[in-house]
Design a protein around this ligand. Structure first.
Ligand code: IPM
Ligand code: MG
Length: 368
């Protein structure tokens, strides 16, 4: 019997709705085991800006630091393009990722057999797809300085208007640790790593390739190939079975995982784990979130798919709490509700019944 502390940051939009169902799954695990989960809720994103004046407060950061893991919903919506970073809900995510040193974002893509018909991609193409995208999460364009709009024309290529700059920067150490993580992961899978870059254009990518080559020499059992990001984008829908582990920089990973989520039928099916180096008493500290956003168009209507959030809770159980059997129980409960025909609108198929967010969550919890 063990006790675990989990920070729960539900956030904005559909974040609270889907997180409630992920919490429901954790409570079901608790009831069927001897473990105790202490859940500590806090505000994040737009919700925190409204009440606490910033996207994430120091107190909430401290709460996360003091927990075994963080369960995260979604942030954003109203603030896109705000000039003041403090008033931008996404800033909460960036701060959490950076200050908790969550450098490895792991996004598994394995379409459930019963959902092949929910994807816009052909069944034959989807059958047998099983990949993990490892996205570098604390570097690159998301954090490089300078990053600003320059209202005066100084520095503009053509005088007379504003200009803007973003900076992509990667160090050898940053590349090495993420490629190493991907190689370790591949060892427990099909031993194939695809490193994705844009080495025909970007210096960061040329360094990335060099470091990836060097790191891979420590893993003779793992086959490394390099792929340009545009070619990878095509390959993901042309021949997705070709991929085992993909490792790539921050923004390429962001874009490619939205694309890859379509293989699983919907963004509402894809969980993620953001992992760092800190070890807790039970595993590796991490933050767990569905890859989808706040979906303002369906917020509050009971239409959101909670499965990505629930599957994120499963990853939390596995990686941060070391509860492998509980993680598997949650994952098979999800597979079982899908096989039984429960569908939220985003994954509607010919032979399925449309249910609400809450009904889907309850159906999963019942089967755990
Ligand atoms: C993601 C999201 C975030 C990102 C947004 C909300 C800032 O798209 O986690 O993939 O770009 O990292
Ligand atoms: Mg994204």
């Amino acid at each position: 019997m063990a006790e675990y502390t989990i920070a729960v940051l539900a956030g904005d939009g559909i974040g609270p709705e889907v997180t409630a169902e992920a919490v429901g799954a954790l409570r079901a695990v608790e009831r069927r085991s001897s473990h105790t989960f202490t859940l500590r809720e806090a505000l994040v994103g737009q919700a925190a800006i409204a009440v606490e004046g910033e996207a994430i407060s120091d107190a909430t950061m401290a709460l996360c630091q003091a927990s075994d893991a963080v369960l995260f919903g979604a942030v954003g919506g109203a603030g896109v393009g705000r000039p003041d970073a403090k008033a931008q809900p996404e800033n909460a995510l960036f701060r959490l990722r950076k200050e908790l040193a969550l450098f490895a974002n792991v996004r598994p893509v394995r379409p459930l057999p019963a959902l092949l018909g929910a994807s816009t991609i052909k069944r034959e193409t989807l059958r047998g797809v099983d990949m993990v995208v490892v996205r570098e999460l604390t570097g690159g364009l998301y954090y490089g300085k300078p990053s600003e709009i320059r209202e005066d024309s100084a520095g503009a290529v053509e005088a007379g208007g504003a200009s803007a700059v973003d900076t992509m920067v990667y160090s050898e150490a940053e590349i090495e640790r993420i490629v190493r993580y991907a190689c370790e992961l591949a060892r427990g899978r099909r031993q194939r790593v695809t490193s994705v870059d844009k080495a025909n254009v970007l210096s960061c990518s040329r360094l990335w390739r060099r470091v990836a080559e060097r790191v891979a020499r420590d893993y003779p059992d793992v086959t490394l190939r390099h792929l340009l990001v545009d070619s990878c984008a095509m390959g993901l829908i042309r021949q997705p079975r070709d991929f085992d582990v993909i490792v790539t920089e921050n923004m390429f990973g962001d874009i490619l995982t939205d694309e890859a989520s379509m293989l699983a039928g919907s963004m509402g099916m894809l969980p993620s784990a953001s992992l760092g180096t800190r070890m807790t008493a039970h595993g590796r500290f991490g933050l767990y979130e569905p890859i989808h956003g706040t979906a303002p168009d369906i917020t509050g209507q009971g239409k959101a798919n909670p499965l990505a959030a629930i599957l994120s809770a499963a990853l939390l159980l596995r990686y941060s709490l070391g509860l492998t059997r509980a993680a598997e129980a949650v994952e098979s409960a999800v597979a079982s509700v899908i096989a039984a025909g429960y569908r939220t609108p985003d994954i509607a198929t010919a032979r399925g019944t449309i249910v609400s967010t809450g009904e889907m969550g309850a159906a999963v919890a019942e089967r755990i």
